[in-house]
Design a protein around this ligand. Structure first.
Ligand SMILES: Nc1ncnc2c1ncn2[C@@H]1O[C@H](COP(=O)(O)OP(=O)(O)OP(=O)(O)O)[C@@H](O)[C@H]1O
Ligand SMILES: [Mg+2]
Length: 324
């Protein structure tokens, strides 16, 4: 059973909506940055639907070349083209009675989009080289990490198909918009990977947690999952420290150090696009707080700011969901 770990209000609303629409046959479009959990939510919908005992079939439209994608989706008859020695059913037929996940739908060729639209409208597929259409009963879920409405405006995505797919729209928040989930997810992945690697780990040092809570996570939950897995494999003790949190930034791996000197910066070319002064400030403040074991007087003094300023900043972080 799919387990979606979150304490975020917006994420919980999405989950609730997903469960509600699961009962219907409505097509669902799941949007969100890479690694935000789109596939997981698609599985959740399938599991909460009456189709649960039927197949859940996924196909990644970006990973398969166009001509292959067509035969993968719709199947073909024997002799339909060179190499079609035997007939083959497509994903639509395989998913019959169940759910078909069309991953990264924005990458589908416009010609194929027309064919997909027809299948959705008619409820039947034509195998390549087939003589008569085959009726299929399939619930479609599509995902995209691009803004599909924008693709429509640009002309790379059919407007009519967009409306067909976008009957229900679920947009997943990024991990940086739910920083409060970092702690929960890190602990969740620690349990999973500690068990997998036969390690008895206690948890994360506060310094490690602060570091993770101040990163922007461009790769979202998948990136966090990888960082946690790696930290567990390399951990020297049963408490993972900030030294064991390897965060890749533009190919540069920064190990627990927030502040770089000018010489360092020029050396390592370590400017990180997308990281704001606020992010850096937050990272420094959280690290200092971790270092001073949560003592605000010491932290403020060390940072050269008033306790009042520190308090205000911590209140802002709390609004972002960070537990300080
Ligand atoms: N809320 C969550 N709780 C637990 N695990 C999660 C959660 N969200 C995502 N994951 C895990 O993070 C990884 C990435 O999730 P998923 O594959 O669903 O993302 P995606 O949005 O489909 O990414 P992409 O756009 O790159 O395909 C998976 O291993 C998934 O199990
Ligand atoms: Mg995916």
């Amino acid at each position: 059973m799919t387990q979606i770990v979150t304490a975020d209000r917006r994420m919980n609303e999405v989950i609730q909506l997903a469960k509600t629409v699961a009962q219907s046959k409505a097509t669902v479009l799941i949007q969100g940055e890479s690694g935000t959990g789109k596939e997981l939510v698609a599985e959740l919908i399938h599991q909460n639907s009456s189709r649960v005992s039927r197949p859940f079939v996924a196909i990644n439209c970006a990973a398969i070349p166009e001509n292959l994608l067509e035969s993968e989706l719709f199947g073909y008859e024997r002799g339909a083209f060179t190499g079609a020695v035997n007939a083959k059913s497509g994903k639509f037929e395989l998913a019959n009675g169940g759910t078909l996940l069309l991953d990264e739908i924005s990458e589908m060729d416009i010609r194929l989009q027309a064919k997909l639209l027809r299948v959705i409208q008619e409820g039947e597929v034509d195998r390549i080289g087939g003589r008569r259409p085959i009726p299929v009963d399939v619930r479609i879920i599509a995902t995209t990490n691009r803004n599909l409405a924008e693709c429509v405006r640009e002309g790379s995505f059919r407007e009519d198909l967009f409306y067909r797919l976008n009957v229900v729209n679920l947009t997943l928040p990024t991990l940086r918009d739910r920083i409060g989930d970092v702690r929960l997810l890190a602990q969740h992945f620690m349990k999973v990977y500690a068990e997998k690697n036969g390690k008895a780990l206690l948890g994360f040092a506060e310094s490690a947690m602060s570091l993770m809570e101040s990163h922007r996570w461009p790769g979202n939950i998948r990136e966090l999952e990888n960082v946690v897995e790696r930290s567990i494999i390399t951990a020297q003790s049963d408490l993972v420290s900030d030294k064991e949190i390897h965060i890749e930034r533009n190919g540069v791996s920064l190990i627990g150090d927030a502040v770089v000197t000018l010489a360092d910066a020029q050396d390592k070319n370590s400017w990180v696009p997308g990281r704001t002064l606020d992010d850096i400030e937050r990272q420094v403040i959280l690290q200092a707080l971790g270092f001073h074991k949560g003592n605000r007087t010491h932290t403020a003094k060390a940072l050269g700011i008033s306790i009042r300023t520190l308090r205000n900043k911590l209140a802002d972080y709390r609004k972002l969901g960070i537990r300080v």
